[in-house]
Unconditional design. Structure first.
Length: 344
């Protein structure tokens, strides 16, 4: 039904308009008695082999929704009924911000890809916390946090600490996002010294809480091997719980879409099928160089069960969907989980 009816309908609209329509549809459907039950019957797959115990949490299955889709935690319960094992909200910033000017979200159907330069548009940490308070499902939730655009890098740590404290009661793990290409200067925080200082500050705050929660780092696919070696060193030194590999890429290599269209779109992070190989390379590099010392969540170009299995074989413990979910629909979650059962 998604491929035949829903996707063609949504693709009639601009990507951002389609996103809002889809959220509105999901929200309306979720309030109709019995719909979420039907969704669970259609999409949920349960099997002991799917369960993953990672950084102290038990995931019913390893397929999650990546950050950026439900930034403001608006439809967590509805997404939970589609069979996800966990959902990552955000990126959340302390202050609400509108993000970059529109248009800022673009489909590349020929490449099964998306380019976005959203710019951390979100309603701010307090609005997100209020929604998380009302969550009814038991699904695990990750809180992806970042800095406001107006915050200089010199005081970025303050932004991350603010969101950490406000979201702490309501999320199961945290993700430090310093790898989005759509906030000016943000990726400079991936350099060894500022990143180490940021993580140390968050870890100190984490250890002061009644129960420390897992903290992960989301990294860019555009890092060199030398920079990845720095990441490995930082993870070890700061005792991070894991890494999410990867965010979107600024590369445009190998795209089938007309070059003039690519130039017209301009800046932004590329996700989808063209990112698949590079994200897998990064996962494999981190896993092999660290001898599997920490969990990796694999994300980037997962559009089929085979793509997910490839990530897991490269060293990912969990995987996340974003662009693949847009192009393939909720049945992809079920297909991946069924394939994983057969692989077990």
């Amino acid at each position: 039904m998604y491929a035949l009816v829903i996707k063609p309908f949504l693709f009639l609209f601009t990507p951002e308009k389609a996103h809002h329509i889809a959220f509105r549809m999901i929200s309306i459907l979720s309030h109709i008695p019995g719909v979420q039950f039907i969704h669970r019957l259609l999409f949920h797959v349960q099997h002991p082999s799917l369960e993953r115990k990672v950084f102290g949490l038990t995931f019913p299955n390893p397929v999650g929704l990546a950050a950026g889709f439900d930034k403001d935690a608006k439809v967590i319960d509805a997404f939970a009924s589609l069979g996800f094992g966990f959902i990552e909200i955000g990126t959340v910033t302390p202050l609400p911000q509108s993000g970059n000017d529109q248009p800022r979200l673009f489909r590349l159907p020929t490449d099964q890809a998306i380019i976005n330069r959203m710019g951390f548009n979100n309603e701010g940490m307090y609005a997100v916390a209020e929604r998380l308070k009302r969550k009814k499902s038991s699904i695990l939730v990750g809180g992806n946090i970042g800095k406001n655009k107006i915050t200089p890098n010199e005081t970025a740590t303050d932004d991350y600490l603010k969101s950490f404290h406000v979201l702490y009661p309501y999320v199961d793990y945290f993700v430090i996002n310093v790898s989005s290409p759509n906030t000016p200067g943000l990726r400079a925080l991936q350099e060894k010294e500022p990143l180490t200082q940021l993580i140390v500050a968050l870890q100190k705050a984490n250890q002061s809480m009644p129960k420390a929660k897992p903290i992960l780092l989301k990294i860019a696919p555009d890092l060199t091997n030398e920079q990845l070696d720095d990441i490995l060193s930082i993870v070890q030194e700061t005792k991070l719980d894991g890494v999410i590999a990867t965010n979107t890429t600024i590369s445009r290599a190998g795209l089938k879409t007309n070059q003039q269209d690519i130039e017209r779109i301009g800046a932004g992070g590329l996700s989808g099928v063209p990112l698949r190989n590079r994200s897998t390379e990064v996962i494999r590099y981190l896993h092999e160089k660290s001898s599997g010392a920490f969990p990796i969540i694999g994300v980037g170009g997962i559009h089929s069960p085979e793509d997910a299995i490839e990530k897991i074989k490269a060293g990912a413990t969990l995987v996340q969907l974003y662009t693949g979910f847009v192009y393939e629909g909720p049945s992809l979650i079920k297909k991946i989980n069924r394939a994983l059962i057969q692989e077990a």
